[in-house]
Design a protein around this ligand. Structure first.
Ligand SMILES: Nc1ncnc2c1ncn2[C@@H]1O[C@H](COP(=O)(O)OP(=O)(O)O)[C@@H](O)[C@H]1O
Ligand SMILES: [Mg+2]
Length: 422
């Protein structure tokens, strides 16, 4: 039986909370810091996430058998390494392996060396402003400019013109996000899909493919966001595509990481562009994605606690999974008007209980807070309304029916999550 500490506070962690609590192998679950939705189901603890040694000691005292890390920052900061030094099992990669997300240049160099399909690219350091400018002016548009380090989802510009590309390089080389330099890469045509691989360093298991909706407005218009909704499984990732993800992407990557002495243990998020049944890697992340996780875990029929624990211990156990695709799930993000720019916080939220009267609906909390005993908005993405159904159509109908029952003054959402699938 597992005594689990889950790290994080968003919709992804709320979805993980529900999945872990439904696991026969879960004896006890703490979440640090959690959020008001998580607090209704599990014990939230106010641990300092930046003091890794203190966190490890707390785990020893509470006899924690498994730590599951939600967000990338603590992983890139080396939390998993410190926990392992204290003999605490962790589902999440080491600091060295987290470079797959922490440095886009690292990840591109590795993919090139391992012949993993990805867009052609070049890396430029902060001292190479002029060279980057020359390169981009000779490059066909659209062209993609990426800050090399972590940028909270704001460090990528898909430039349609040379002017736009030049501005992006100027901004990044001026240190807008830090001093990690830039990657300039070719534009990939196709449709995006996210595939999560649960990895134990050597073996892996692919979960249901999911499709996120990154733009703020319907029909993929407006600004880029952290994600406005997702559905799973995504039909664009056919069996042939999934086979290629296994053999041409995840397998060589895990082998390459092990050969470098930095085996990957955790959730490998493959951000893919699919064209004519061929996937190319847009990026890797080293943790579950948000909001896709809400949909992917909703169709996963497994003892998730046992699955993640087995991976953390280097002995992935596929028998913990009955099905990765039990029906379909649709997740609609309820955001705050103005997101991803300025938005108001602290507005009262009502109707979640009514929305959850449908037993197939779960409302995950992303950016909420309690103020004087009242649930209020506290972020750009507020809630994730997720429904399951035998078909995607059914899941979409249920989630949008539930969306109607939730009210707050700045409520904003896309009305077309899942429509791309048809
Ligand atoms: N080479 C590319 N071709 C086409 N679109 C891209 C390419 N690279 C990134 N994008 C678009 O930009 C988005 C963000 O890029 P990504 O590499 O995922 O960075 P991050 O998630 O760290 O912001 C992607 O989801 C995709 O829509
Ligand atoms: Mg991305």
């Amino acid at each position: 039986m597992e005594r689990i500490l889950l790290i994080g506070s968003g919709g992804r962690e709320h979805a993980l909370t529900v999945a872990l609590l439904h696991s026969p192998s879960c004896e006890k679950l703490w979440v640090a810091p959690g959020n008001p939705g998580i607090a209704r189901e599990a014990e939230c603890v106010a641990l300092r996430l930046d003091d890794h040694t203190d966190l490890a000691r707390w785990c020893e005292q509470q006899r924690v058998t498994l730590v599951v890390v939600g967000p990338e920052q603590p992983l890139c900061d080396g939390l998993a390494d410190v926990l392992r030094q204290h003999d605490v099992d962790v589902f999440g990669p080491s600091k060295a392996a987290s470079q797959l997300e922490g440095s886009k240049g690292f990840s591109k160099d590795l993919m090139q060396r391992l012949s993993i399909p990805t867009a052609p690219y070049r890396r430029f350091g902060m001292h190479e402003h002029a060279a980057a400018t020359d390169y981009v002016l000779q490059h066909a548009v659209p062209v993609v400019i990426k800050y090399d380090g972590l940028a909270a989802g704001k460090g990528v510009v898909v430039a349609a013109t040379h002017d736009e590309a030049q501005r992006a390089i100027d901004d990044m080389m001026r240190g807008m996000f830090g001093d990690d330099g830039v990657v300039i890469e070719g534009f990939l045509e196709g449709e995006e899909v996210s595939v999560f691989a649960i990895c134990d360093g050597e073996r892996f298991l692919l979960l249901a493919p999911a499709q996120d909706h990154k733009r703020a407005g319907d029909d993929d218009t407006g600004k880029n966001t952290g994600g406005m909704g997702a559905y799973a499984p995504a039909g664009i990732a056919t069996a042939e595509v999934m086979e290629r993800v296994s053999t041409s992407i995840v397998q060589p990557l895990l082998r390459g990481m092990t050969e470098m002495g930095t085996p990957f243990i955790g959730c490998l998020f493959c951000g893919l562009m699919v064209r004519d049944n061929h996937p190319s890697v847009v990026e890797f992340n080293v943790r579950f994605g948000d909001p896709e996780t809400q949909a992917v875990l909703s169709v996963l029929d497994a003892d998730v606690a046992a699955l993640l624990a087995s991976a953390a211990r280097g002995a992935l156990d596929p028998s913990t999974v009955r099905s990765t695709q039990r029906g379909s799930a649709c997740n609609v993000v309820l955001a705050s008007a103005g997101y991803p720019d300025q938005y108001e916080k602290g507005l009262p939220i009502a109707g979640i209980d009514r929305a959850e009267e449908d037993p197939q609906v779960t409302v995950f909390h992303a950016g909420t807070a309690m103020k004087n005993n009242q649930l209020v908005t506290n972020g750009g993405r507020v809630l994730g309304v997720t429904a399951i159904g035998e078909t995607l159509d059914e899941a979409m109908r249920r989630s949008y029916a539930a969306v109607e029952k939730i009210t707050y003054a700045t409520k904003m959402f896309r009305t077309d999550i899942g429509k791309k699938a048809r």
